[in-house]
Structures are given as structure tokens and as C-alpha cells.
Design a protein around this ligand. Structure first.
Ligand SMILES: [Zn+2]
Length: 209
């Protein structure tokens, strides 16, 4: 055991028990959803938005516990490797600056940074949320899409390039991911895959392949 583990024993991301980043019981509930696509782009997830994974994401975002990124990123990293994707770089869904100030960090950015160093894929920043959007909770899919139209823009001086992996925490209807992908396309780039920790159980926009 490393000295660091003795001083700061790892805690399970799902249930909080000491001993491992994911205890055996919680790790057993992490089931990679079958391969799917969103707007014709591969969608890779570490699991479904239920049980210990949902609990860990809630703790990560709302407690908030930014250090949980190091616990949440590995299952997604394994799903990315399993999917055998060829990605030129990773980027992430931005928060509106006001929201990020409130939370103190961007959960998608932290995940993207962890995945970047674990997988050896460069991190490229450039997506900006140019418009604050009302909370998505309770909106229909069409309402979410209208809510997010034009919400993102690629603002980096360097163009996004092709085959970017776009990282976010949860995919609920896919409206956020497709709006961010549209902003990348407008800047002349393309998304090679959507990479999320969890997908909501009912995902109407997703065609399972
Ligand atoms: Zn556990």
C-alpha cells in the first residue's frame, strides 16, 4: 500500500466506504451501456444514470467534491478504450461563467483533464457558453433543443480540428451534446464521439446500433 493511501485511504465513489475507489459491490453495478449513437455520432458512457454511479455523480457535482473526478474518470476511460475510438483531442461542455463560479469548478472539464492524462489524448479548450440557459430539468426534448440553440460557440483562436471527443457528465436527452457539437461544426471541426459518465435510462434521441 502506498503511503498516500494510508494517509488518505480511498473511498468508494458509489457508497463512500473506505478501501477502494469503487468497492466490489458498487463496481458490479457499473454496466457499460451497449454501443449507441447520438445524431450519428458514437456515444460512449461508463454506465447508466442509476444507483451508485448516479450517487457518485451527485456527490461530485452538488456537494461539490471535485476530487471525485479521479474516481469517476477511470470507468469512462475503460469504456473509451473498449470502444476503440480514434480521437485527435478531447474537449468538454462548458458551464456558463456564473454557474461555474457558483460551483467552483466545471465537472466536465475536470473529467476531460483526468481522461486526457490517463489516455494520453491532448485536451483542447475552445467551447464557450455564450448564453445562460434556464435549467433543463422538466423540459421536453424539443424544449431543451430550443433552449440550447446558439448557446455554445467555439471561441479559441485555434480551430477545433476533426475527431474531437466531447466530454460531459450526464447525457439526458442529448440536447446539450448536439448543441455543443453544432458549435464545433460551425467552427469547421467535427466530433468523433460523445463521452459521458452516464446516460439517462430513457434516451429518445439515441438509436441503439
Ligand atoms: Zn461502494
Amino acid at each position: 500500500m502506498r503511503l498516500l493511501d494510508l494517509l488518505f485511504p480511498p473511498r468508494c465513489g458509489g457508497c463512500g466506504d473506505y478501501g477502494a475507489a469503487w468497492c466490489l459491490a458498487c463496481a458490479g453495478t457499473l454496466q457499460t451501456p451497449s454501443a449507441s449513437t447520438l445524431a450519428g455520432i458514437p456515444l460512449v458512457a461508463a454506465g447508466r444514470f442509476v444507483g451508485p454511479l448516479q450517487e457518485a455523480i451527485h456527490r461530485y457535482k452538488y456537494r461539490p467534491r471535485p476530487q471525485l473526478a479521479s474516481v469517476l474518470a477511470p470507468p469512462l476511460g475503460r469504456a473509451i478504450l473498449t470502444a476503440g475510438l480514434s480521437l485527435s483531442a478531447l474537449t468538454f461542455v462548458p458551464l456558463h461563467p456564473r454557474r461555474q463560479h457558483e460551483r467552483g469548478f466545471n465537472q466536465a472539464e475536470r473529467l476531460a483533464a483526468e481522461l486526457s492524462s490517463a489516455l494520453g489524448i491532448p485536451l483542447r479548450r475552445g467551447l464557450t457558453r455564450v448564453r445562460a440557459t434556464p435549467a433543463q430539468v422538466g423540459l421536453s426534448q424539443a424544449e431543451r433543443r430550443a433552449n440550447l440553440a446558439g448557446a455554445f460557440r467555439w471561441t479559441a483562436s485555434v480551430p477545433p480540428g476533426d475527431r474531437l471527443g466531447l466530454v460531459d457528465d450526464v447525457c439526458t436527452t442529448g440536447a446539450t451534446l448536439t448543441a455543443a457539437a453544432a458549435a464545433v461544426a460551425e467552427a469547421g471541426g467535427s466530433i468523433g464521439a460523445f463521452l459521458v459518465l452516464a446516460v439517462a435510462q430513457t434516451l429518445p434521441a439515441v438509436a441503439v446500433t
